[in-house]
Write a protein that binds this ligand. Structure first.
Ligand SMILES: [Fe+2]
Ligand SMILES: [Fe+2]
Length: 179
């Protein structure tokens, strides 16, 4: 996929959604030996995307009329995907059960992305002019590069981390802790 560098937040989110979909399809078609590595990479990319959204995108959405309802619904979808990922972490990637979970994950994640594109993107576009959307894009990029996900990295899945940074925050902290 040719990626044109941009700071526009909507374009960056679209690029991420396309890249995540590619990774999901790649995992679904992978040899059993490659699945564990591809699953780890997918988990990292998806977690960084969702946490950066929670930090940069959803606070803006919540300032728009009706934004809280939309943001809460999207967070519930993220929780569903997070629960699936957490379940998959304890499955053997060579099994059919794991592959069933990959298919469930793909459908949950891509439904979530489609709903963001339908309900969240128009609010972002309505919220500000190009320069503001570019500023949000720069912040989003920065958060994806490794900002702390919650105030205390040794408290994985803390209530505070979850409230502020969303259901995926604990994944990044667990990955850091095991690195
Ligand atoms: Fe999301
Ligand atoms: Fe997204």
């Amino acid at each position: 996929m040719a990626v044109v560098p941009t700071d526009d937040i909507v374009a960056l989110l679209e690029q991420d959604h396309a890249a995540i979909q590619e990774r999901l399809i790649e995992l679904e078609n992978a040899d059993s030996n490659d699945r564990a590595m591809l699953f780890r990479e997918l988990t990292t990319e998806l977690s960084r995307h969702e946490v950066a959204e929670e930090m940069v995108v959803y606070p803006v959405i919540r300032t728009e009329p009706g934004g809280d309802v939309i943001a809460d619904a999207r967070r519930a979808e993220e929780s569903e995907a997070e629960a699936l990922l957490a379940h998959m972490e304890i499955l053997d990637p060579t099994t059919e059960e794991f592959m069933g979970a990959v298919r469930d994950l793909r459908s949950a994640v891509m439904d979530h992305a489609a709903r963001e594109e339908t309900y969240v993107f128009p609010l972002l576009l309505a919220h500000g002019e190009d320069a503001y959307l570019a500023l949000l894009g720069q912040k989003f990029r920065g958060e994806k590069l490794g900002a702390p996900t919650h105030p205390h990295p040794r408290l994985p899945n803390s209530a505070l981390g979850n409230r502020v940074f969303g259901p995926f925050a604990s994944f990044i902290d667990r990955q850091r802790d095991s690195a």
